[in-house]
Design a protein around this ligand. Structure first.
Ligand code: SF4
Length: 358
């Protein structure tokens, strides 16, 4: 019962600064208190209301009484790659669960964030797609995932350098909440994270690409392509029937012309499906001349699918064909395979599992 009451309280991470000001003014507090609270949330990364010692005790007590400091319930964290990859499993209020992955490299630290619990897009090679859509993740819940990983990094004297919206879900299918999270994380009065260091990945929702092109913050765009023909792409990604390649690439070209930013095309390599030399040449013809980069992703195993990952030689050949035709192309470095934290593998286990920090 207490748990249910907790869940009904508003999440402070869902509030903008003006909304916090309005809330605290309604409680008879001076305006500067909201700014103090905002700094505690996004600069100090306070993990509890009690830790906000510059706020009066009575105010901290009222905040704890009437709001929640976050709504994600950490159920499990797993490590891989000698501790450089960390996957957090969260229970959301209700039944749904999501995952967040932190990847550390010598010069940078990237967090991969989920924007939906499950996904409605049904890409055949993706574990999340097999779950169907359970629910959208709120702005506060998107922000919380990032703050948690920044706290982890801070305790090790490091900090986040890159933020990718490539976890569970399709960000453009939850655009308003996702974009509010981008603005919150970017806010120079708070978390102050550079938009140029953020990348959003879309399955190819054309309206979302148009919308992103008109935004003022320079968030990078990655587009999941995975096939150079409509027939093959529709077989792998049902969304292609709604937004076929000519429409998708026209939207991407318009984005490039409006923003002057380079776009990444993601291409997961599936043995015998989309990894032949001929298809590499077709892909080069399709994206040639665009300000783009192709990111080849050796497919990561997903239980229950009849698919296989391309042989290494095939990956190298595919890359070589693209490079020979002047398309900038890299093969993604693999991370978190053994804890199912790699691309396309995120499919959280049911909530209620015991907390295990490995
Ligand atoms: S690849 Fe992305 S868009 Fe496709 S099902 Fe998986 S999470 Fe959804």
């Amino acid at each position: 019962m207490l748990k249910q009451i907790q869940q009904l309280k508003p999440n402070v991470y869902d509030y903008t600064l003006p909304e916090l000001e309005a809330l605290l003014q309604g409680w008879g507090q001076p305006t500067f208190r909201a700014r103090q609270l905002y700094r505690q949330l996004y600069v100090n990364l306070a993990a509890s209301f009690e830790a906000m010692t510059d706020l009066p005790v009575a105010l901290r007590a009222r905040l704890a009484e009437e709001t929640r400091l976050g709504s994600l319930d950490l159920r499990r964290e797993q490590m891989a790659d000698s501790g450089d990859t960390r996957k957090a499993l969260w229970a959301l209020p209700g039944e749904a669960v999501i995952e967040t992955v932190l990847m550390r490299y010598p010069e940078r630290a990237t967090v991969c964030v989920s924007t939906q619990a499950g996904c409605a897009m049904g890409c055949v090679f993706c574990a999340t797609g097999q779950m169907g859509l359970l629910r959208n993740v709120s702005t506060g819940e998107i922000v919380e995932q990032v703050l948690h990983m920044q706290r982890v990094l801070r305790t090790n004297g490091a900090h986040l350098t890159n933020l990718v919206f490539m976890g569970m879900g399709e960000p453009f299918a939850n655009y308003d909440r996702w974009w509010a999270a981008v603005e919150r994380l970017h806010d120079p009065q708070g978390f102050n994270f550079g938009a140029r260091n953020m990348t959003v990945s879309t399955v190819g929702l054309v309206p979302g690409i148009h919308r992103l092109a008109s935004e003022t913050l320079p968030v990078n765009l990655a587009v999941s392509l995975h096939a150079p023909s409509d027939q093959l792409r529709s077989a792998l990604m049902p969304v292609n029937q709604r937004f076929p390649l000519h429409e998708l690439l026209a939207a991407v070209q318009e984005y490039i012309e409006r923003t002057r930013r380079r776009v990444s095309f993601e291409y997961v390599l599936l043995q015998g499906q989309n990894d032949t030399r001929e298809l590499a040449a077709e892909l080069a013809d399709l994206v040639g001349g665009m300000l783009c980069h192709v990111n080849l992703i050796p497919w990561n195993p997903v239980p229950g699918t009849p698919l296989h990952r391309s042989h290494r030689r095939q990956v190298e050949t595919f890359q070589q064909v693209l490079v020979e035709r002047g398309i900038p192309c890299t093969v993604r470095v693999e991370r978190g395979l053994e804890i199912a934290a790699a691309c396309g593998q995120l499919a959280a286990l049911p909530a209620g599992m015991p907390l295990v920090v490995a």
